[in-house]
Design a protein around this ligand. Structure first.
Ligand code: IMP
Length: 193
């Protein structure tokens, strides 16, 4: 049976955040971001792959003249054995020097990815560089970073759905689920986004 069907039919996963909770929080984030960037013509940079659904919803709840772009980086997802090595797999296209940049992340876990992006994108001299993450696991943080907008603080458990994957699947689940420990152990924890 596919992992997707296991979730749906065998209830191996527990709902952490349902669709309504996610939607209403993203509406609020959209309002905050609209206020913050009014008249600034920002670029929103989605971090692939995990942020694609969140970003798609978030931009529809903002009322801004904005551009979008994407960057793809690799990291050790939920691994406790992280080496801290992050690298760019696909760079963004836009020049950001002098521009207002808002990076859109799915989840901040150790903080290593966001620290890497702060350093790499910061070196390109944007007018401002801010971060919004749908999820944040405060108990997992290794690298203390400032996240300007956070959707939800969650416990350190591994979560899937709404863009977040396990082994590149389960992104299409409409809500956010905590993954059953036994199910997770069957798989390796290393993954690209
Ligand atoms: P960080 O560098 O440890 O903060 O990890 C950030 C990235 O790891 C996220 O953008 C995700 O791709 C992945 N990740 C961290 N925690 C989870 C999780 O619970 N589920 C799915 N992916 C995760």
């Amino acid at each position: 049976m596919s992992e997707f069907k296991k979730v749906v039919y065998n209830e191996k996963f527990r709902v952490l955040l349902n669709r309504e909770q996610i939607e209403s929080r993203i509406k609020e984030l959209g309002r905050e971001i609209t206020r913050e960037y009014e008249d600034k013509n920002p670029i929103m940079v989605g971090v692939l792959n995990g942020a694609f659904i969140f970003m798609a919803d978030l931009i529809r709840y903002t009322e801004l003249d904005m551009e979008i772009d994407f960057i793809k980086i690799s990291s050790y997802g939920n691994s406790k054995k992280s080496t801290g090595k992050v690298r760019i797999l696909k760079d963004m296209d836009a020049e950001i020097k002098g521009r207002h940049v808002l990076v859109v992340e799915d989840i901040v876990d150790t903080g290593l990815s966001i620290k890497y992006l702060m350093d790499r994108l910061g070196a390109r001299q944007p007018a401002s560089l801010k971060f919004v993450s749908l999820l944040f696991k405060p108990e997992s943080v290794i690298e203390k970073v400032h996240i300007d907008h956070i959707g939800f603080e969650i416990p350190s458990s591994f979560v899937v759905g709404y863009g977040l994957d396990h082994q590149q699947i389960l992104r299409n689940l409409p809500a956010i689920y905590v993954m059953d420990e036994q199910t997770k152990r069957k798989k390796t924890t290393y993954h690209d986004r």
